[in-house]
Design a protein around this ligand. Structure first.
Ligand code: CTP
Ligand code: MG
Length: 187
């Protein structure tokens, strides 16, 4: 792949990790994941992390991942523009989607420990918590796929473009969520 193709594939393949965060806002509500409990005087996760948001978000990522798998298959490009062969491809998609939501929850756990209340800004942590969760998860379950698509050869351009695009997308989506009345703050 050329550097440009590799860069675009890097962003394309991370869609199952990018989408859960925004989808969680749409699905959110109901029981908080920490059931309202506190730890050392502060909420464990806070009211911004709900079970519906977690599973709705992760499921959206999985569904999109299945769509991308279908697209790659139609184009006969599972290796460059997909997640490889079945069933490890499904394992990559599940790792990206659930890892993303786990990273998001871990981010809130850290924010509460640092005494940053729900919805208050935590630069870097807010933008990259889900990226780290998805990458760690995929490194645990399908390390070969990550090395092939984000580290080796030109695929490093995929990692670079992805890391640059994440905060821009995050900001854009949050502004839309705010305008739609789904979020109280535009970040
Ligand atoms: N959301 C949810 N469940 C999740 C993740 C998100 O219900 N597991 C919903 C909540 O309505 C949340 C919104 O999506 O308020 C935005 O998510 P996020 O910015 O991650 O949460 P914050 O409210 O900013 O809380 P925190 O400070 O803990 O990040
Ligand atoms: Mg937030």
């Amino acid at each position: 792949m050329t550097p440009l193709e590799a860069a675009l594939a890097g962003v394309w393949l991370m869609i199952p990790a990018l989408v859960p965060n925004s989808a969680a806002v749409l699905f959110g509500g109901g029981k908080p994941m920490d059931f309202g409990r506190s730890w050392r005087g502060k909420r464990v996760l806070g009211d911004g992390k709900t079970w519906r948001g977690f599973f709705g978000g992760a499921a959206s990522g999985v569904v999109l991942g299945l769509v991308l798998m279908g697209v790659a298959e139609l184009l006969d490009a599972q290796d460059d523009w997909g997640y490889g062969s079945w069933p490890s491809s499904l394992c990559v998609v599940l790792s990206l989607a659930f890892g993303s939501m786990l990273g998001d929850s871990a981010g809130s756990l850290i924010k509460r420990r640092l005494d940053i209340s729900r919805g208050k800004k935590a630069p870097v942590l807010d933008q990259y918590n889900f990226v780290l969760g998805a990458v760690v998860m995929v490194l645990v379950f399908q390390p070969g796929w990550f090395l092939d698509h984000y580290i080796e050869g030109n695929s490093i351009y995929g990692l670079i473009l992805f890391l640059v695009v994440v905060p821009l997308l995050h900001r854009g989506v949050n502004i839309i969520g705010y305008k739609l009345g789904k979020k109280d703050v535009p970040w």
